[in-house]
Write a protein that binds this ligand. Structure first.
Ligand code: SAH
Length: 217
């Protein structure tokens, strides 16, 4: 073992420790997050902080979420090995890569073509071939592939978007940050039951807003 390996092992342990400390306790989620190197998804100035528990800026004025929030959202989604998952807000691609370890197939959509392109290159390089990346307005979901077992929205909406609720299978779960402002938002879990929809409020969060339409770049 070299000094570099040692450093790497310590860093990994610290990363996992921070996740556990914030309440990410699901073994499968921790294993998925141990496998996916967050460092690969953060470029430039902030690359050295990729293993700290903080959100970081990525291109197009967007952010890669805080690792513990990725963990808590993934845990709340309760992904099963045979699930088809839809993610709205590809961003860096990190959350989709974590989901890809837990699900059969992941569809991820972003309104910025440059982000979806970059994410696709990363997924190919990592051999994550169960992820399909699309550019578009994710508020409308993906009617062609619907319904989904799980839907994760990683940008904040005023309310859970109707088309996404309509694309949730019976027994399906959607996790979405909702709020009227950029500063006060709650993470909500919606479960489709036989009688309708059940809502749970999980924790306060802060996400960039869900914006209408496809972006220019
Ligand atoms: N999940 C990402 C972080 C998401 S940041 C990660 O792991 O890095 C939120 C993302 O939502 C941004 O990239 C933004 O472009 C995207 N977004 C906002 N509104 C959208 C919409 N209507 N449709 C698709 N993507 C949207």
């Amino acid at each position: 073992m070299t000094a570099g390996d040692d450093h790497e092992a310590t860093r990994k342990m610290q990363f996992l420790f921070q996740l556990r400390q914030k309440g990410v306790t699901d073994t499968r989620v921790l294993q998925a997050m141990e496998k996916v190197d967050r460092g690969a998804f953060v470029r430039g100035h902030f690359a050295g902080r990729a293993y700290e528990d903080m959100p970081l800026p990525i291109s197009c004025g967007q952010t890669i979420s805080q690792p513990s929030v990725v963990g808590l959202m993934t845990q709340a989604l309760d992904v099963q090995p045979r699930d088809t998952v839809l993610e709205i807000g590809t961003g860096s691609g990190y959350q989709a890569a974590v989901l890809s370890q837990l699900a059969r197939r992941v569809y991820t959509i972003d309104r910025h073509r440059s982000l979806t392109r970059a994410a696709e290159v990363l997924f190919t390089g990592m051999g994550l071939n169960n992820i399909t990346v699309l550019t578009g307005d994710g508020s409308f979901g993906l009617p062609d592939q619907a319904p989904f077992d799980r839907i994760l929205v990683t940008a904040a909406a005023e309310d859970p978007p109707g088309p996404l609720l309509a694309q949730l299978k019976p027994g399906g779960v959607m996790v979405v940050p909702v709020g009227q402002s950029d500063t006060v938002q709650s993470l909500i879990r919606v479960t489709r039951t036989e009688d309708g929809l059940d809502y749970d409020e999980l924790l306060p969060v802060r996400f960039v807003p869900l914006v209408e339409g496809v972006a220019e770049e």
